[in-house]
Design a binder for this molecule. Sequence first.
Ligand code: ADP
Ligand code: MG
Length: 385
Amino acid sequence: EKVAESVIGEKQGKVVGVGGSRILVFVRVRPMNKKEKEAGSRCCVKIVNRRDVYLSEFANENDYLRLNRIRGRHFTFDASFPDSATQQEVYSTTTSELVEAVLQGRNGSVFCYGATGAGKTYTMLGTLENPGVMVLAIKDLFNKIRQRSFDGSHVVHLSYLEVYNETVRDLLSPGRPLVLREDKQGIVAAGLTQYRAYSTDEVMALLQQGNQNRTTEPTRANETSSRSHAILQVAVEYRVRDTSMNVVNRVGKLSLIDLAGSERALATDQRTLRSLEGANINRSLLALSSCINALVEGKKHIPYRNSKLTQLLKDSLGGTCNTVMIANVSPSNLSFGETQNTVHWADRAKEIRLKVSDANEDLLPVPETETDQAKLVIELQKENR
Ligand code: ADP
Ligand code: MG
């Protein structure tokens, strides 16, 4: 508790201290839907204050005080969002600090985890009326770049891909599956579209279209498969002068991940993992859980190689990245088992320790002659305007 307090602390409703030493974990409860209400279901998740989640299968929300917290269980997160939380609140609390860090040349990643129907895509992508974290992050990024254009020229590139059944596909330019390759930056999907973005408006349309390109369940056309992971990567590149007046190229990368439904991938011990794998369970999600377990246990070997998802997210999990997890849950007791599993998973993710690296910088060669140096200065000044 003490440690968590000192790492995050709360200031004006914002979580501060990203760049600290651990993953930040949040829980979001969605509103009860019509079907759940009509089934007369009870609410089994209560957000007690802005951080605590109270779970009780048999209690009604209103019984909370009467039961005096005896029968259920409490969990504490960096923040917990009740069903009344707005998209903007969720964005500001979970992700805005990461956008700030990306502008300093650091990497960040945000995952939405939870069962199908728990609100992951709503949280990440949202709707036209209520855009989610992906859209709000890009909007915020462009605003911040505009405010600080004197810092350097910023170039924003977007890529949006899907991992489905261990196949990687480009959501911005659907076609043949992409092959993963190792280069000096890490593992990359060869041939993935890098879309240069200039404004927020074009981005919303692009992401909606990309989401339409996600694999659908064969039985239900138009419904995104619960086994599909979507990864949006936003790379910001710019040039600055460091303290010795050298020109440096900085790149910050933000990964926003709408994970597959967690309902069939809840096993945590190796024995169950193996038997489930035979049953064609979502390999990437299991591998993500294994990596998290290994990271929590401080193991030397983290099994990133076990799936496409974990290979792609290697630099977004362990070492050098600010990482945020948002666990999405339904409030209804009809989904109590899933909610409980999701909250337990999130509780475990809190234990992952991170090391956040210095900004990703490449020194650009400084021109040899004074004339060339002067030219570069003029060029930079132009870019900075
Ligand atoms: P998932 O991606 O986890 O399967 P969705 O995000 O598609 O779940 O959510 C399921 C349904 O619930 C969608 O119709 C979505 O619009 C709605 N929904 C989810 N979260 C919220 C929320 N916080 N407020 C309003 N509607 C929500
Ligand atoms: Mg979804």
